[in-house]
Design a protein around this ligand. Structure first.
Ligand code: CP3
Length: 343
């Protein structure tokens, strides 16, 4: 096997690698005892995100343990609403909360923005690049405008994003303005991460799956396309992975519209369709995170099916969404070994 330097970047360039590079969404998190320990030391979750030494430490933990091919910056998509002064807080057992945004707030939103706290995130990116093994890809990230807007409008997570969908129908101009502000600020934030040492970035559109055809294009695909365009206008060739969870058959248009280098796939995407998407460029995914909780042959079979279908093209192994706190680290070890020893 040829040893590749930053293999994940090669795949984003269209190379086919065997075995494929692997990382997991939410690979730094509560399923790891060492994370829980650092998390307790930090105090609040946002303090962890804004303390470069601690954020660096938790980013490195899964790399040390499993030797993943990529490290993802430890932060959160909600640092952007925090920088927009939406009073973001994470309280134990409640998930994220913030002040719900009103129509009038949107006009004043851009003026409220300050990058002060985000400079700590850039310090984390710089410290990671110097701490990571040379062959490990460093990924930056942010939330997509739609997904971030769903939290800003409701003030918390919602099962079907109904408050944001209704807000968008009732206030189309203000909602478009909100997406524009988020796209612009988030693109700048990604550019800063690339400048600080990220090799590539991922845009998370976790709640893309609740939108109709027209809204998917307007609220998800076009704003992400604009962001990627803004990033590449100043950093030509910047590498981007776009993950629109639940987008289903709309993923074909999503790749064409966004021009992302790789498309992230959730576990509901049929492998035959994933293969079709792969004929147009790299894909990433898509093991059901609960197979990692189940372990054993359930895990092995899921891994094997994915490798058989997608291993022959440009491919990054990942889960179909973030790893859950219930996952046993032993199963993650088994997953990595299965992928690397198979071929
Ligand atoms: O390892 C990594 O992947 C990097 C870190 C990362 C986190 N959040 C850390 C985190 C990343 C990339 C995210 C992205 C994120 N955050 C998304 C998009 C991806 C996805 O999972 O859909 C979303 C929707 C959020 C918003 C968010 N942050 C929620 C809804 C929650 C609470 C849910 C929960 O699991 O409690 C968070 C908190 C959060 N972000 C945790 C972690 C490790 C857990 C909180 C803790 O440790 O106390």
């Amino acid at each position: 096997m040829k040893k590749h330097r930053r293999s994940l970047v090669d795949v984003l360039d269209g190379e086919v690698l065997s075995p494929p590079p692997i990382w997991l969404m939410r690979q730094a998190g509560r399923y790891l005892p060492e994370y829980r320990q650092t998390r307790a030391q930090a105090g609040s979750f946002l303090d962890l995100c804004y303390t470069p030494e601690l954020a660096t430490e938790v980013t490195l933990q899964p790399i040390r343990r499993f030797g993943f091919d990529a490290a993802i910056l430890f932060s959160d998509i909600l640092v952007i609403p925090d920088a927009l002064k939406r009073n973001v807080r994470f309280t134990e057992g409640h998930g994220p909360q913030m002040d719900p945004i009103s129509v009038d707030d949107i006009a004043r939103l851009e003026a409220a923005y300050s990058s002060d706290k985000l400079s700590a995130v850039m310090e984390t990116v710089r410290s990671l690049r110097s701490a990571l093994p040379d062959e490990t890809t460093l990924l930056g990230f942010c939330g997509a405008p739609w997904t971030v807007a769903t939290y800003m409008i409701a003030g918390h997570g919602t099962p079907d994003q109904a408050p944001a969908r209704l807000f968008a129908y009732q206030n189309p101009l203000e909602f478009a303005r909100l997406l524009d502000v988020l796209a612009e600020i988030s693109a700048g934030y990604l550019i800063d991460q690339l400048d600080a040492g990220a090799d590539a970035v991922q845009i998370f559109d976790s709640w893309a799956g609740v939108l109709g055809e027209v809204e998917f294009e307007k609220f998800c695909a076009r704003p992400v396309a604009r962001m990627i365009e803004m990033v590449r206008a100043v950093r030509p060739g910047a590498k981007v992975i776009a993950f629109a969870k639940g987008a289903g058959v709309q993923l074909r248009d999503y790749r064409r519209i966004t021009k992302a280098d790789a498309i992230g796939l959730d576990w509901t995407v049929p492998l035959s369709f994933a293969k079709e998407l792969q004929s147009e460029g790299a894909v990433q995914g898509n093991l059901d995170p609960l197979r990692v909780v189940a372990g054993g042959t359930t895990l092995d079979e899921g891994v094997d099916r994915i490798l058989e279908a997608l291993g022959g093209g440009p491919f990054i192994f990942n889960l179909g969404h973030g790893i859950t706190p219930q996952a046993d680290p032993e199963n993650v070890d088994r997953l990595v070994k299965r992928i690397r020893n198979r071929l």
